[in-house]
Design a protein around this ligand. Sequence first.
Ligand code: ZN
Length: 846
Amino acid sequence: MLKTITSLLFICLISINCFAQQPTKPNASQIYQSLEKLNFLGSVLYVAAHPDDENTRLISYMANHVKARTAYLSLTRGDGGQNLIGPEIRELLGVIRTQELLTARQIDGGEQRFTRANDFGYSKHPDETLAIWNKEEVLSDVVLAIRQFKPDVIINRFDHRSPGSTHGHHTSSAMLSFEAFDIANDKNRYPNQVKQYGTWQPKREFFNTSWWFYGSREKFDAADKSNLLNFDIGEYYPSSGLSNTEIAALSRSQHKSQGFGNTGTRGSQIEYIELIKGELPTDKSNIFDGIDTSWNRVKVGKVIGGILEKAQKDFNFTNPSASIPELVKAYNLIQNLEDYHWKAIKTKEIKEIIYACSGLYLEAVSESRTAVTLDDEAKLNIEIINRSNSNISLESLTMPYESDIRKGLNLIKNKPLKIEDVVLINKSIDTEAPLTTPYWLTEKGTLGMYSVKDKSLIGLPETPRYLNVTFHLNIEGSPISYTKPIIYKTNDPVKGEVYKPFEIIPEASAKISEKVIIFENEEQKEIPVIVKAGRDNLEGSITLDYPNDWSVFPKQQKINIEHKGQEQTIIFTIIPPKNQSEGTLSPIITIGNSKYTKELIEIDYDHIPFQTVLLPSESRIVRLDIKKRGENIAYIEGAGDVVPESLKQIGYNVITIKPKDITAENLNKFDVVVVGIRAYNTVEALNFKQDILFNFVENGGNMIVQYNTSHRVKVDNIAPYPLTLSRDRVTDEFAEVTFLNAKHEVLNSPNKITQEDFEGWTQERGLYFPNEWSKEFTPILSMNDKGETPKLGSLLVAKHGRGYYIYTGLSFFREFPAGVSGAYRLFANMLSIGKNEIPNPLEIKN
Ligand SMILES: [Zn+2]
């Protein structure tokens, strides 16, 4: 456990050349900063709900100015967010955002932790959040984080006293942190944790307030600040040539999937925190006031402190290796500390400083990127170099699966020692060699919680690397060992040296590219299944698992792949039943006696390390009972959704048109214009096209506008008649739906809509419903979240000339990719409205 946490500890402090995937190579100034941190024994835990909630200015200030050990506890991994950089959503987005947080911490100098809580989407109130999360489990994870990290001070991003004023996850994070502050010191709460980590009482807890929470700057200026501490978080660090706020911006900019690129500022800036538990410090600018943060804090620490303060004072920026003898002396004394907590932390820190001071470089590179669990072999090349005058020798190497390699070689200054072609053969059984995948995704969780079987992993940001090499050195007469994960690297002609993790993968994996396959009638479809080999000479067979009322042909097919990494595409014919039906299609590969059912997903972005994720391989198959009118749809893209692809799946001809191509003449070819989500928030050019679109409706076309946010609307008129958007939303996907106008065409033709069509919806009903509209509009549905008044604006239909204008905040963009049949049937009715009297020419043909 500590190994993983502290491997993140030695970070490329304030380095802007930080490549998440490459080993850190600190310069003299960075080594000096690590030395300053080594001599500071105090810690701060920052608590919030999502990746990107954290105040990077304050985290950077604590880590780089105060020199405190600083961690961010994000209760969730942000699965419910948007993704501006690629197609990954939900759990895969959580994997990306986890890595973005780790990269951010590498820049601002913090550490990163999580709980098992899942970001299930927007939540209006902490009562709802804590009902969907398992409150007791999340609370125990927060308590665990406190008992493991042992913070002197906790800072909450959000106010625990204001339920309902922000995202329910936000308030919940503060409420749980507030509760955990006392529980962490109660030996009767979560006694299993106590056995391992003891109890812990933080000294103080704060809320990271700002004028924003007071309503206005004026109100904040006038407020009583006797309970507030403040810091100048605009500090300038000459050693790195950056202001604290510039570092914070670099860190924040790592939240690329959220579009949080941030430009740094310079100059004095005051940050406030409000005391909510513990005693107010006398010195209002010192969060650690009254806490001993020197080496005197630990028993017999005084001697260590004496040596290390001298090492810091005498640090030679042109020759950091001059500090090694003193550092080794301190290292040996730290090994005798009784306090296991500080011993573990400071051992890791000082080892990394010794490593950096001596210009050591230790690396084990695999010739292939992946290994499979059984009988596979990998060739390693090992590089060892000492670039100082210090007396360093390589005593031995501990390799996975093999016995130690004895060496006893002196490492002569700047002479690389290369050990090549070391063959590793994986002789372990599966349980010993876990597959490389995020640990929180290996078991099926619930809507609100990840399931983590191995309790020792709870809280860890990522899965510990299983395949490592330990280098046992002797440095200036003392044995010191370094463990490095085996890596894979290549040279890219454009990017240069590219590092990837060395991973353990299954020998076979399968995927079906389409995650939802819609059958709009009885016609069979040919579905390709892609099998990927994790090893050479893969031979076996594949079958599909499918619902009883469906048929698949052929039942079984052969797999024969020559090379590792190669793919084979196998086509199955899927025959749907006569009636509406839905279920899951999942491939099962059989190789010898082993069965494989996972899909191997690779996530490759430059700003985060390469990620491999194994998820159950499955696709949803839906046989829709759907009738439709009209044929040709013009789609105007907004912020991005997969609605066009979904409508194509049910047989519509969908053409995406650019704003410049919106002309009366071009629109003539279409029956309906559908406007993508948030188009009026993101596409300014539409302001000049609304009249053309409304004319199209007047002349008999239909226009369907999906949700826009109520702020930052870029057009003067969203609809041909007055309509006011609001923040009304219904986040409960099970919320009851009442038909206000049961006889309305949109609920009856060509598909009869019933309550069943509102079953199986995902994440929410809808958002940003209008709350005022002119008499031309007919509200169709009523729905609301628990304890709220009915919201009538989710689906509004207006006749305009010979056509229909429809505004809907219902979340079709979420329901379509989840294969929700009722959403398809209702949307087909919206597209067909006004065309029902005329017989469908397609139906006549059939
Ligand atoms: Zn948030």
